[in-house]
Ligand binder design. Structure first.
Ligand SMILES: Cc1cc2nc3c(=O)[nH]c(=O)nc-3n(C[C@H](O)[C@H](O)[C@H](O)COP(=O)(O)O)c2cc1C
Length: 204
């Protein structure tokens, strides 16, 4: 059961923020948090114009946080021009938020291939049918595009579109936020400082 006004103390934290993230992710999942892998992903153009949207986390390890998308999408174009991003997880069942930021790089193509193979066929065809983020005249156009790729790949495996794949956010900063009473929340931030994670407490 989730306790209200649960404190977050420096001594509770794992020295490694990704291991700490995993612990909180597992606790949110155990608390019944719907879609705990949903995360807001903020990117910006080279000129600094920001945009944000949700994506699903598809891998997390010591290298960072991975999501998959269309590289020609708005976020994909942002990341090509300005390869840095910020993520935010919101797990309301446990009154927690985690923020992540750092440089972004494409995942290896064999890793994207392997993940694409696990996708349902409908989603694989959808990746070919949708020029994500481009204007489209009508829903009917999308349906026609889907019919056309369905015919094209009939009777064979759907390959990964060359423009579709994973991106990995390598954290250089992560913040763990625990909701507390009277808005006096606990905030502990990790920052990478010449190869070492330093932890600081922030005002709520
Ligand atoms: C919960 C949730 C999860 C989503 N997951 C993904 C995802 O993993 N990859 C993706 O490309 N879009 C995902 N989307 C759609 C994106 O939010 C967004 O509409 C799309 O990627 C186009 O964004 P862009 O035009 O800013 O590039 C998701 C949307 C929601 C609400």
């Amino acid at each position: 059961m989730v306790r209200l006004d649960q404190p977050l103390d420096e001594g509770d934290l794992d020295p490694d923020p990704i291991r700490q993230w995993r612990r909180w992710f597992d606790e949110a999942t155990a608390a019944g948090q719907p879609e705990p892998e949903a995360m807001a992903l903020a990117t910006a153009t080279r000129a600094g114009e920001p945009s944000v949207r949700f994506v699903l986390l598809r891998g997390a390890d010591e290298r960072g946080f991975v999501f998959y998308t269309n590289g020609h999408s708005r976020k994909g174009r942002d990341l090509a021009a300005n390869p840095t991003a910020a993520l935010a997880f919101r797990w309301w069942t446990v009154e927690r938020q985690v923020r992540v930021s750092g440089p972004v790089s494409p995942v290896e193509s064999n890793e994207s291939d392997a993940y694409f193979k696990t996708r349902p066929r409908g989603a694989q065809l959808g990746a070919w049918a949708s020029a994500q983020s481009e204007q489209i005249p009508s829903r009917a156009t999308l349906d026609q595009q889907l019919q056309s790729v369905t015919a094209r790949f009939a009777g064979r495996d759907v390959p990964r579109p060359p423009w579709w794949g994973g991106f990995r956010v390598r954290p250089i900063e992560m913040e763990f936020w625990q909701g507390r009473q009277d808005r006096l929340h606990d905030r502990l931030r990790y920052r990478l400082d010449v190869g070492h994670w330093r932890i600081q407490r922030l005002n709520p």
